[in-house]
Structure formats: structure tokens, C-alpha cells
Design a protein around this ligand. Sequence first.
Ligand code: NDP
Length: 295
Amino acid sequence: MTATIIDGKVLAQQVRDQAKADVEKMKEMGLRVPGLATVLVGDNPASKVYVASKQKACGEAGIESFGHTLPATATQEEVEGLVRELNADPRVDGILVQLPLPSPLDEEGVLKSISIEKDVDGFHPINIGRLAQKGRDPLFVPCTPYGCVYMLKLIGTKLEGCNAVVLGRSNIVGMPVALLLVRENATVTICHSRSKDLPAICRGADVLIAAVGRAQMVRGDWVKPGAVVIDVGINRIDDPTHPKGSRLVGDVMYDEVKEVASAITPVPGGVGPMTIAMLMRNTVHSAKMAQNVTW
Ligand code: NDP
């Protein structure tokens, strides 16, 4: 079997086009356009790139963006003070504090200071707590996990009753994606660095999500024929044949697994583009809630 390649760029564009159409409609109705505030602390080059691409996506969707930068020496009080100002700013529907924060800043303290109504990254402890509770709904779902499950649904994967295996249990990907899959009525196994015999566990998966940050760890013989494989990993490996001397790969050995799976996301061009698309979606959702828009 050769897998269908799940084109994250195409699916993400659909989500972004919908966000843009919603913003247009809000404008036509005389409503305020959505606004996203980004908070970048320090000068981590990767964080700068991520924030710039989020701001660019806002521009394309017609979302107003408010960029804030603080030096790496900023205190906890300064970062939380800025967040409080943004909480009170009626033009701001979403507040995105780019992680990781430089040490010794307390990440949880900063995330907790974001108003849950503006927590478009979905990392506020209350939103995560609601995600984990039966009968409760978070206001926002973290963007990468949301993107993974949204993709699975867009391609028509039957999640109810399926066996899903999630490799990784981080706060930003593994755990929330597992919680989302449980909400879709999948039977979920979560694996981590102490799990025994990963290949055997993975072979039981109808849906396999890899989010470990280990280059090409999942091999072809770990995958059940016909499984759907979502590769969240982004890892740079040396490749002397590549002009840059290196290239990006996922947590899955793509060339092997695509011969076994029924569908697979590539890296790059799979989950990555969905993350920003879901941020746009969450920001528009927030602006709609703030203005009592019901469509
Ligand atoms: P973390 O390092 O925070 O978490 C990794 C998880 O994988 C941990 O739960 C860890 O277990 C587990 N793990 C590590 N090694 C092994 C192993 N050998 N066997 C089994 N489990 C293992 O990573 P993130 O969740 O932040 O990110 C995971 C990957 O996803 C990275 O490559 C990252 O770059 C990528 N990513 C991609 C995004 C996108 O938009 N596409 C967004 C965010 C991340 P333990 O808990 O026991 O330590």
C-alpha cells in the first residue's frame, strides 16, 4: 500500500480562507475586526521567526496584529503587567505569549495571567483542565493538537472506537492531542520515554500520532497496514547532499511508513502549516464570542 499524502498546506489554506471570509463578514456587519497580540520575550531566533509568521498570517486574514517585544531581562511582573494591559485592551481578542520564555521566568504564571477569553493558544490551565473533563468544553484548544485532529476529521478518518496511539505526553502537543482524541471517542494509548516496547504498541494503532522530537524514530514495521499517521515532529538532520547541508525530517521514517500507512503527513508541509491556521481560527472565534456573533 502506498499512503495518501495529507497535504497540510492545502488543508491549512482552507482554514485560513474561512477565517478570512469570517473577518470580511464581520466587517460588512460593521463589527470590529479580530485582533491578535503577540508577546515576544528575548531574542530567541526561532521564536522571532514563529512570531513573524503568525503576524504575517494575521495580515493575510485581515486580523489586526499588535506586536510586543520585551528584553530577555524582563521580570515576571513586567511580562504579566503587559499581559494584564492586553487583557484590558478591547481591540485584542487573542494574546499569544511565544514559548519558551527565557529563564528564570515562570511560564505557568504568565500563562495563568492571560484572560481565558483571550487564551487563543489554549494553554491556560483552566482551558487545559476543561479539555480534560467530561462534559466541559474549553474556550480554546491548543493550536497544534487542534490542527492534528482537525486534519484527521477533514480527511474523513473514523475516530470513534478507533485505537489511537500518541507518542509523547508534552503539555503543548502529546497530552492535549490525546485528550482531544478521547473526546472524539477514540481509545487512546499515550507513550513516553519510559514506555516499553513502542513498536508493539504502535502496531495496534489505527491512528498514530508521533510527537517525540526524535528524528525518524517510527519505522515502517511499527505501523499497522492501513493506519493513518500524523507526524508532528520537526527535527533537523545532517544531509551533505542537501544545499544547506541539513534538512528537516519528522519523527517518522517517512519513506518506509508511507508504504504501509493508508495516509500520512509529510514533514515539512504537514502539521506545521495547520498550527498557524488554527491560531487564526481561534482568534476569529474569540472575536466572534466577544461580539456575541452566533454564526
Ligand atoms: P517535548 O520534548 O516537550 O516532549 C517530547 C515527548 O516525547 C515527551 O513526552 C517524551 O517523554 C517523549 N519522548 C522523547 N523521547 C522518547 C522516546 N525515545 N520514546 C518515547 N517517547 C519519547 O516535545 P514537544 O511535544 O514540544 O514536541 C515534539 C515534536 O513536535 C518536536 O519535534 C517539535 O519540534 C515538534 N513540534 C511541532 C509543532 C508543529 O507545529 N508541527 C509544534 C510543536 C512541536 P517524557 O515525557 O517521558 O520525557
